[in-house]
Ligand binder design. Structure first.
Ligand code: TUI
Length: 314
């Protein structure tokens, strides 16, 4: 019932992508999500190409299913990471935080599918013209670097503007979110925050515990004044950011304070001054469970809703 054209495009069983999160989506999580019938995506962030290559090799050893790599285009290593992806013939690339235009021809040449994250209709149209295979419309409910629009208004506007599959991201947590995304015209969803509490996710247990305790309003937006807003779980770092923004601190100063803080959170477990990127669904994270259970829960939840909807139509 939940088979969509995205499943055919990527050769996957369920239309669920796991967001490529820096320091979070490593080979362990990626392989588990792909093995479970979704699509796991390595988060390369600012990582050097050697690390990305190692992760790709690890995933290939653990599963024969398709998987992807997310390239954060603001990374100084983006070009070399793309070269590794081409060399390793990775099935899918997603991109974030920029325009992947110049890399598209060489990726397509080796058969790698290209799916950029886009924050607006204008960029969606431009990307479609560049020949990408699908788009991820990511709303500001997401964790990490975000755009202006929310998922609910952005997805249908992007769907109406292009003729390629659109994947909804931002604010999606369970079967309800998947059905809602499909109702908006999406061909699938990408989820990040929910997979942070997958058993296979390697982030520090302090951060998993912080997520389990988080409530509906705990994922706040900081650094708006820099022009690059970021959604993070509330802690001493977000408080410090708010104070400095209040004092009209220069963007370069704010940037300096954020440097290295994502690693401090995810790897070292610094819940106070770490940058705990997470989305607005944080309040729904209530347990740590294997990736296959997460996928099963989303799919069975969505199927139950759709069955109910069909019955009430009769
Ligand atoms: O990329 C994200 N979210 C991210 S990336 C990230 S990496 C990082 N940050 C700090 C420290 C260490 C690592 C954390 N969160 N989401 C996808 C996304 N892409 N959201 C918005 C965009 C976007 C924005 C502008 C995509 C394209 C774009 O294009 C502008 C243009 O026209 O070039």
């Amino acid at each position: 019932m939940l088979h969509t054209k995205l499943c055919d495009l990527l050769g996957i069983e369920y239309p669920i992508l796991q967001g490529g999160m820096a320091w979070v989506s490593t080979a362990e999580l990626v392989a588990a999500v792909s093995e479970a019938g979704g699509l796991g995506i390595i988060g390369s962030g600012h990582a050097p190409p050697e690390w990305v290559e190692e992760q790709i090799i690890k995933v290939k050893k653990a599963t024969n299913k398709p998987f992807g790599v997310n390239v954060m285009l603001m990374s100084e290593h983006a070009e070399q990471v793309i070269a590794v992806i081409i060399k390793e013939r990775v099935p899918l690339v997603t991109t974030g935080a920029g325009n992947p235009g110049k890399y598209i021809p060489s990726l397509k040449e080796v058969g790698t599918k290209v799916i950029p994250v886009i924050p607006s209709v204008a960029l969606a149209k431009r990307m479609e013209r560049s020949g990408v295979d699908a788009l991820i419309a990511e709303g500001g409910e997401s964790g990490g670097h975000i755009g202006e629009l929310a998922t609910m208004p952005m997805v249908p506007q992007v769907v109406d503007a292009v003729n390629i599959p659109v994947i909804a991201a931002g604010g999606i947590f369970d079967g309800r979110g998947l059905v809602a995304a499909l109702a908006l015209g999406a061909a699938g969803v990408q989820m990040g925050t929910r997979f942070m509490c997958a058993s296979e996710c390697v982030i520090h247990d302090n951060i998993k515990q912080m997520l389990l305790k988080a409530k509906d309003r705990d994922a706040v937006v900081t650094a708006r004044s820099t022009g690059h807003p970021v959604r993070l779980l509330k802690n001493k770092l977000t408080k410090r950011f708010a104070e400095l923004e209040e004092l009209s601190t220069a963007p370069e100063e704010l940037k300096k304070i954020g440097l290295g803080k994502l690693r401090a959170a995810m790897v070292e477990g610094d819940t106070e001054y770490g940058s705990v990127m997470a989305g607005q669904v944080c309040g729904m994270v209530t347990n740590i469970q294997p990736a296959h259970e997460i996928i099963k829960d989303v799919i069975s939840g969505a199927e139950a809703i759709m069955e109910r909807m069909l019955k009430s139509e009769r």
